[in-house]
Write a protein that binds this ligand. Sequence first.
Ligand code: UDP
Ligand code: MG
Length: 407
Amino acid sequence: MNATQKPYLSIIVPVYNEEENVRPLYEKIRSVCESIGKSYEVLFVDDGSQDKTFDVLSEIREYSPNLSVIRFQENEGQTSAMAAGFEYAQGEFIISMDGDLQNDPADIPQLLEKLDEDYDLVCGWRKERQDKFFTRRLPSVVANWIISKVTGVDIHDNGCSLKAYRAEVIKQVPLYGEMHRFIPAMSTVVGARIAEIVVKHHPRRFGTSKYGLGRIWRVFLDILAFKLILSVFAQKSNHNRHQSTEQPFRQQIIPKYNVYRIAAYLSLPFFIIGCVFINAAIIVAISSIILGILLIGISFITVWSLSIAQRDVAELSPLSSFFIYRCARRPIRSFGPIGVFVSILGAVLMVGFPHIGPILMNTGILIFCSGLFGETIAYANAKRVVDYRIEIFLESKNNGNRLENVI
Ligand code: UDP
Ligand code: MG
């Protein structure tokens, strides 16, 4: 590779405790990339592994000038690892894939060919998925069906990490929390053109899967939050990047301040309940009206911190900073389950304890809604919510040479 040129292709691979997989995977990637014959870099992101993953990668790097390794201080999750990969990748095109040998680097040329048909994102579809039926394939089919219905992005396999991207597009897509499962839908926000092709999939041979059934709940919450985010921020009709030639890749996340309206609508049923029960059950009426007022309060705070966050200033108000801090911790994750639990408890108690039940139920709904609102703010601030800390960055020797040449 010419030392002053950016590579044509970057391969990014998040790895967490994959000590036995990284060497054979790197060798496969290398041989496929060599056969393509264009300049490339491979970027492994070690997501705070506790095994020898980082040591093995450092060894490989000794004899591999194309390999860069980022090591996180601690385990931050696959999305953060991918976000770091997208941020530091230098290539014009980017491929992401799992580090456990379940994806096959042999699919890379086909993904790039498809990208060349003027797509911005090409998703792999593990049609013959080699994972357990009840804990993996079945939940995945259901989740993908729901995701496609809710987001309107008709992709069979959102969860497949093997994807190809135009760098200039994916670098604009805000990724935080666990949004790596929604990359196709998130990409529509910047007007990406999306395609999918069938890819190979192998059973895991070494190491263990990092996810269990708990992901069903998380995906469900993510879908809800995502729907709200899209309806608040996305302006779909103007979103095809090909329509705007002057500023084709401008960040197009425009808060429409719909948050206020949505909160106001959500508060409406509480006021209605309050009016209906005002003579019969005063506790129900008062608790409903208070919750309605609180919801409107939340909507004002949301709009306010959104407008502060959108301004390009370094100093944020304490309240706005608090929101952003909360957002980095995935509000829907913490508020969602608590909200659902409290609501159900309230509904059950309502039968025997008409004084406490409705208050609890409404409180639960409010907690849940707070989580959803938090998500929308997090999304508006996604650029600020960089939630990974890099401990070591071993830059590829090619890039190192380039830096020396520049100096
Ligand atoms: N991974 C990661 N951080 C995590 C969990 C997983 O970087 O906290 C990596 C993992 O090493 C693998 C990829 O993400 O390369 C997918 O994980 P896994 O194979 O466990 O998921 P599955 O294939 O079972 O969905
Ligand atoms: Mg896997």
